[in-house]
Design a protein around this ligand. Structure first.
Ligand SMILES: Cc1cc2nc3c(=O)[nH]c(=O)nc-3n(C[C@H](O)[C@H](O)[C@H](O)COP(=O)(O)O)c2cc1C
Length: 172
């Protein structure tokens, strides 16, 4: 499929069938993460894969999981991340989010639905999964087979700003 068609078709899915995601599909999602670009190719992240009911129940103490059968917590490594020398800004959130976006789009390509969840309690994720102090949970992605209809690919006509509002050419 054309990439733009895939990107238009993807939407946040918040209701899932109970059936699990097949291991080969999980592997492809993780491979999509692996090949993602990161600042200076430092790959400063860990992927916490949650596919057992007990682990998913523990995640649901930290955020809404929409009863998804699979979740991946994208966790940045503060010891490995690139830091910009000019102002000490690090690329932790950026790197983790590119990895997250790769996985989200691969899931769409596999016929799965996903939802990116940032509204989680980091301290609960830390406590429930024993996340070491130098690692920072950045994003949660939940996956599964969508139950019910997905949003229309044409919704962007009204739900997204027109380029005329967001694109600046050459000078503000
Ligand atoms: C950085 C980020 C954080 C988000 N956090 C949440 C969240 O905590 N809970 C949720 O239900 N959706 C969350 N979303 C999904 C957005 O609400 C959704 O992508 C947006 O409304 C556009 O809708 P669409 O994904 O269906 O195109 C998040 C998305 C992004 C990119």
């Amino acid at each position: 499929m054309d990439f733009l068609d895939l990107a238009r078709r993807r939407c946040s899915v918040r209701a899932f069938e109970k059936r699990p995601v097949e291991p080969d599909k999980v592997d492809r999602i993780l491979e999509a993460a692996r090949v993602a670009p990161t600042a200076r190719n430092l790959q400063p992240y860990r992927l916490l894969v949650l596919d057992e009911p007990d682990a998913l129940a523990r995640l649901s103490k930290a955020c809404r999981t929409f009863d998804a059968p699979l979740a991946i917590v994208v966790i940045g490594d503060n010891n490995e991340v690139w830091v910009r020398p000019y102002d000490a800004k690090d690329s932790l959130d950026i790197d983790a989010s590119i990895v997250t976006a790769h996985m989200m789009l691969e899931a769409e390509d596999l016929g799965l639905g996903s939802c990116w969840v940032c509204s989680f309690r980091p301290e609960v994720v830390r406590a429930e999964f024993g996340v070491p102090g130098h690692l920072t949970p950045v994003n949660v992605l939940v996956f599964g087979y969508p139950s019910g209809p997905k949003k229309s690919p044409t919704r962007h006509d009204t739900e997204r700003r027109p380029l005329s509002e967001t694109v600046v050419r050459n000078h503000f």
